[in-house]
Ligand binder design. Structure first.
Ligand code: PEP
Ligand code: MG
Length: 583
């Protein structure tokens, strides 16, 4: 009888899943140079042609399946990839290379596409830059076919599977179908890595950062994913299965306890209203936001519009999504955050030494105002609904805000000159997620209508800890006194300038943090939709003076651990009801 094994990782998406392992693996490809005898050169070019044909067939099959499962439009980026396989100049160059150099097809093909990708990545045009991801996606497929390796995609996952992977790239993550995938476990990643955010968005239990996972697990094994405790259990014993059946029952009970809060107003016991809104990454999630009683969308991460279709979405496509979201969320508001690609979100083939400190988010937009304006126009046009707010990520300087205002005003003028309507009163906000923005928040506050604190990045940049690196995940702590002091400073600066201040990082959903944030004066908390009922329950159990006392005490400590111990102790003692919903 095989022994049960528990593999510990980081709990990133709540819930329990039981299912069969599907290993999603993108093996590193090694290409060797082999001389080919003249008599075999023709065979070699034919082998190359066959690999192209097989790749074309593979892509058409995937496209067919995505269209059936997820709906038309989702698989559009595959059209571009299929077209690339017919690119005459690449084909001819490779065939010529094989014949003239007398080298193997994979070696020549790899070199040709590397050159091609390099040229595109040096282009100033964002559209061409983004084709690099497609070149590599297609290129690696062709190479795998030449080398006789299998390619796995999350699209191929059979229903009832638990995906086990080293990591899942953002564009693959965008193809995850929650109807088929019950749970996710990865070797890489942290609480705020992209896989984690996607899993939470799709309400799929997930554990990331499991060391050595890929060597410890095999396809078709039966496993349990415990997304609350951060463990994967291999070969669970019958008593373990029983334990989880009870846990699942408890989850259902908790849902019952919290469901009455879905529709209740988010008010403290002494009547202070705090907006509780939802973070969403896909349009369809507005249904979760509404179901759980969100009072608006506090963060619409628009990058998924770019990731799911590879090429940049047009103004019209974006407008349709923003407009529909604004309409569906009425009378509540929708905060649309502009392009925030970069770091873990940028396509895996765009390489930078330090992506999180690199060319990303607002930096990309300000470097390419034409590209930026496409999104600005789409958001402005949707603002006629009168409930749209715009928010800019990754601000690190005062000048950036000045420059955004210029482009934003120019865009408004252009719309006006075409008689296109927009909301002249649209609120203009920024994310405060770099230490420089937090420290300069009193100056920045004079330029904007609101702040939303991005505690995920603020923690990453303040502590100098990569938010997606599992090796140092124990150092990534939102309760670090340095982070808390910056949050306090931002809230105070905002209030002195009479603007509202929200928080939309993962900290907002933490029941330990909510009393502390309220005590610091936060006006809005935005979180993943499923956490909203619990946040409302916490909020409705506390009073402002109690929270102020908690905030004052919390800021006295030297370490994150001391802060958390104090919060746990206080909540257990003073608010036993909240303690019950802290897992
Ligand atoms: C954050 O940084 O806290 C945030 C909410 O944005 P994202 O997680 O999308 O970077
Ligand atoms: Mg951020």
């Amino acid at each position: 009888m095989t022994k049960e094994r528990r593999l510990k990782g980081i709990a990133v998406s709540e819930g329990i899943a039981r299912g069969t392992v599907f290993i999603y693996e993108t093996k590193k490809i090694e290409v060797f140079q082999t001389p080919i005898f003249s008599v075999y050169l023709k065979d070699e070019t034919e082998r190359f042609e066959k690999a192209l044909d097989k790749t074309k067939q593979d892509l058409s099959n995937i496209q067919e399946r995505i269209n059936q499962e997820t709906g038309k439009g989702f698989a559009q980026f595959l059209d571009a990839q299929i077209m690339m396989l017919s690119d005459k100049s690449i084909k001819e160059k490779v065939k010529k290379g094989i014949i003239e150099e007398k080298k193997n097809a994979e070696y020549v093909y790899h070199r040709v596409i590397s050159d091609y990708a390099k040229k595109l990545s040096e282009s100033k045009d964002q559209y061409f830059k983004e084709r690099v991801a497609d070149i590599w996606d297609v290129g690696l497929r062709v190479l795998r076919n030449l080398l006789g390796l299998t390619h796995s995609s999350v699209v191929d996952v059979p229903a009832g599977s638990i995906i086990v992977a080293h990591d899942i790239s953002p564009s693959e993550a965008a193809l995850i179908n929650p109807k088929k995938i019950l749970g996710i476990a990865t070797e890489a990643g942290g609480r705020t890595s992209h896989t984690a955010i996607t899993a939470r968005a799709l309400e799929i239990p997930a554990v990331v950062g499991i060391k050595g996972l890929m060597n410890k697990i095999e396809n078709d094994e039966k496993v349990i994913i415990d997304g609350d405790r951060g463990i994967l259990i291999k070969n669970p014993t019958s008593s373990r299965i029983h334990f989880y059946e009870i846990a699942e029952e408890k989850d259902r009970e908790l849902e019952k306890t919290l469901s009455p809060y879905y529709g209740l107003p988010s008010k403290t016991q002494d009547g202070r209203h705090i907006d509780i809104s939802a973070n969403i990454e896909f349009f369809s999630e507005y249904t979760h936001a509404r179901k759980y009683g969100a009072e608006g969308i506090g963060l619409f991460r628009t990058e998924f519009l770019y990731l799911t279709r590879r090429g940049n979405p047009s103004e019209e496509e974006q407008y349709r999504v923003y407009n529909a979201l604004a309409k569906r969320m009425k009378p509540h508001s929708v905060i649309i955050r502009t392009y925030d690609l970069g770091g873990d979100k940028i396509f895996s083939d765009y390489h930078e030494a330090n992506p999180f400190l690199g060319w990303r988010a607002i930096r990309v937009c300000l470097d390419d105002p034409d590209f930026f304006k496409i999104q600005l126009r789409a958001i402005l046009r949707a603002s006629v609904n009168k409930n749209v707010k715009i928010m800019f990520p990754m601000i690190s300087t005062y000048e950036e805000i000045k420059r955004i205002h210029l482009v934003f005003e120019e865009t408004k003028q252009e719309l006006k000159s075409h008689n296109t309507e927009y909301d002249g009163e649209i609120q203009f906000g920024i994310m405060v997620e770099t230490p420089s923005a937090a420290i300069m928040s009193s100056q920045l506050a004079t330029q904007v209508d609101f702040f939303s604190i991005g505690s995920n990045d603020l923690t990453q940049y303040t502590l100098g800890v990569d938010r997606g690196n599992e090796k140092i995940s124990q150092l990534f702590d939102h309760f670090h006194p340095a982070v808390l002091r910056l949050i306090q400073q931002v809230i105070n600066s905002g209030h002195q300038a009479h603007i509202w201040v929200g928080l939309c990082g993962e900290l907002a959903a933490d029941p330990l943090a909510i009393p502390l944030l309220i005590g610091l004066g936060i006006d809005e908390l935005s979180m993943n939709p499923a956490s909203i009922p619990r946040a409302k329950m916490v909020l409705r159990s506390i009073t402002i003076p109690q929270c102020e006392e908690i905030a004052k005490e919390s800021l006295k400590f030297r370490t994150a651990l001391e802060v958390k111990r104090y919060l746990r102790r206080t909540i257990r003692k003073k608010f036993p009801k909240i303690d019950e919903v802290i897992k």
